[in-house]
Design a protein around this ligand. Sequence first.
Ligand code: SIN
Ligand code: FE2
Length: 220
Amino acid sequence: MDKFTLNLFEEAELIQMGSEILCTGAMVLRGFALCDETAIFKALDTITIAAPLRYMVTPGGFRMSVAMTNCGSYGWVSDHNGYRYDAIDPNNGQSWPNMPDVFLHLARRAALCAGFDNFIPNACLINRYEPGTRLSLHQDKNECDFDAPIVSVSLGIPAIFLWGGLRRADRPIRVPLLHGDVVAWGGAARLHYHGVLPVKPGYHALTGSCRINLTFRKAI
Ligand code: SIN
Ligand code: FE2
C-alpha cells in the first residue's frame, strides 16, 4: 500500500470529521489541513520571502484585490497580455519556489479522499484575501488538462465559498469555509463556476486579519 492510499482508520476519521458532497465530483473535507497547519505556515513563510504576495493586474488594466503568489513548477499570472501559467515569476525573472512536500502530500491525500487518484499538482496558487475582498464567479479553465482535479485549502479567517453549476447563471450554493477546510472538485464538477463572497472582518491567530487560500492544479 503506498502512502497515498487511505487505511480504514483514516477513512473512519474522515467520516467522523465530516465531509460533504457538493455535487457529483465535488467534496468539502472539513478540517482536513489542520494536522499540517504548522508545517504549512512555515513553508508559506519561505515561499513568500522568495516570491512575495503581490497584486496582479487584469488584462483590462485593473489591480486585482486578492494578493497572489505561487509555488511549484508553474505559477498563475495575469497582466495586460492575459491570464496564463508561467514557469517564471515576472517580478524577479526566477523560477517559482518549489512546491514543499507538505503541500504536495496534502493535495494528493485530499484529492484521493474526494475520489481522484494519483493527482500530481505542478502549480499552487496562493491567494490572500483581506476583509472586504471577494472573488467573482469563475471557472478554472486556464489549465491544459481538465482530467486533473482542483484542490483548494482554506486558512485563516472564514469565508463563504460560492459553488455554482456549469453555467454562470446557475444559482450558486453558499458553503462556509473555515481554517483547515479543503474543497476538491474534478470529473463532472471540474468546470463548475465558483467564487468567494466579500470576506468579513475577523481575526485568526495564524493569519491575523486575512484569509489565505491555496489552490493546487495540474497547470500544464
Ligand atoms: C479560487 O477559486 O481560485 C480560490 C477559491 C477560494 O479562495 O476559496
Ligand atoms: Fe477558482
